[in-house]
Design a protein around this ligand. Structure first.
Ligand code: PLP
Length: 389
């Protein structure tokens, strides 16, 4: 029999965290247990109706049935540039060279290292974090060094704690605020220090802004790194319509920023995919232009869930960080189990699915992540089951 062994870089990957959670959940559900799934950051709210209508209209147009442009429809990219100006005061983005359409931000983040990382090159990641940063680098043959995010630093990396030699060696650094899984946010001052460091050491800054629109205090909206003067010299930023407009299944996102970085990403993409369905981009334009009232409603719903969940966790004596943005609550594992042991035990005994902190990197050990993606009553029920355990 032929034997088709996985390539080493693939075989050496841990199981993809969220696929592993889905599998464990299905096994317990098959035994008839009432599952409350707080494991994956997938909004449960429906995509607003007007976005579906825009898709339907656009899908009826035969001109949209052919291969789309590799880099995305110019009108979608123009809508992105306008949205960046309105939302983040990032003026003057050139849609032709500084914006690219993506089939969800995951593929863009995963593909970017292919364009800039040579085998043996170093990239910095800041765990606990989304696993795709490290995977993309490793697929490109690069090495990863961790700049851990610690509770005592409110989950910001210690930029000055890393020696000059490592900064000079690093080709790329990934940051994610509001953060998955910690829900920490960054200020423009932090981004300014990062940009300064990156400029001095010729490092690409990759900012993942997937959760910027789920904030709980309008006076403290999460900023874009591109609002820092000169950030475009070193930074590329990813935003996605997935969480903002409840469109995870639609696969539509954008990367914005440094022209060389956008161009490099485009070069990879034109070789491995053929762009996002035009009708989905049309729907994306409608979302960006008219979506804000709907996002406002979603924020109110998440806020109610956050408040109820944090109150229930406090009442149960479970330490946690009250998030100011994102759809996550980052909490301490009660007792002395590891986070993986706790999560498995919880699922088997109570049917509640949460994510082990260690799945986001070793420094996530001792924590677990709750997604606010079920309704308030179910969240309260979940915390009650956790506390009974
Ligand atoms: N970045 C972060 C931090 C995420 O949590 C996710 C998805 O959960 C993504 C990016 C990817 O989102 P999408 O590919 O749907 O745009």
């Amino acid at each position: 029999m032929p034997n088709f062994a996985l390539a080493e870089r693939v075989a050496s990957l841990p199981p993809y965290l969220f696929a592993a959670i889905d599998k464990a959940k299905a096994e317990v559900a098959a035994q008839g247990v009432d599952i409350i799934s707080l494991g994956i950051g997938d909004p449960d709210l429906p995509t607003p109706e007007f976005i579906i209508d825009a898709l339907y209209e656009a899908a009826k147009n035969p001109a949209n049935h052919q291969y789309p442009s590799y880099t995305g429809m110019m009108r979608f990219r123009e809508a992105v540039a306008r949205w960046y100006a309105q939302r983040f005061d990032v003026e003057g983005l050139d849609p032709a060279t500084e914006v690219i359409t993506l089939i969800g931000s995951k593929e863009g983040i995963g593909h970017l290292p292919w364009a800039f990382i040579n085998p043996g090159d170093l990239a910095l990641i800041c765990p606990p974090c989304y696993p795709v940063y490290a995977t993309g680098v490793k697929f490109a043959g690069g090495e990863v060094q961790e700049l851990p995010l610690l509770e005592e630093n409110d989950y910001l990396p210690d930029l000055d704690g890393l020696d000059e030699e490592t900064w000079n060696r690093a080709k790329m650094i990934f940051v994610n605020y509001p953060g998955n899984p910690t829900a920490a946010t960054a200020t423009t001052e932090f981004y300014a220090r990062l940009v300064e460091k990156a400029k001095a050491t010729n490092t690409i800054v990759v900012s993942d802004l997937a959760y910027s629109e789920i904030y709980y205090d309008a006076a403290q909206k999460p900023p874009s790194i591109l609002a820092v003067p000169g950030a475009k010299d070193v930074a590329i930023e990813f935003h996605s319509l997935s969480k903002t407009y409840n469109m995870t299944g639609w696969r539509i996102a954008m990367a914005v920023g440094n022209e060389q970085l956008i161009n490099g990403l485009g070069k990879i993409k034109e070789n491995v995919d053929s762009g996002a369905f035009n009708a989905v981009q049309e729907a994306g334009i409608a979302a960006l232009e008219q979506g804000e009232p709907h996002v406002e409603k979603a924020r109110a719903i998440y806020k109610e869930r956050r408040d109820a969940t944090c109150a229930a966790l406090s009442a149960a004596g479970i330490e946690h960080r009250v998030p100011e943005a994102s759809v996550f609550v980052w909490a301490r594992v009660p007792g002395n189990k590891t986070s993986a042991e706790f999560v498995t035990h919880l699922l088997k005994k109570t049917g509640v699915v949460v994510t082990p902190g260690s799945g986001f990197g070793e420094c996530g050990e001792g924590y677990f992540r709750i997604s606010l993606t079920v309704d308030t009553d179910r969240l309260k029920e979940a915390v009650s089951r956790i506390s009974q355990l």
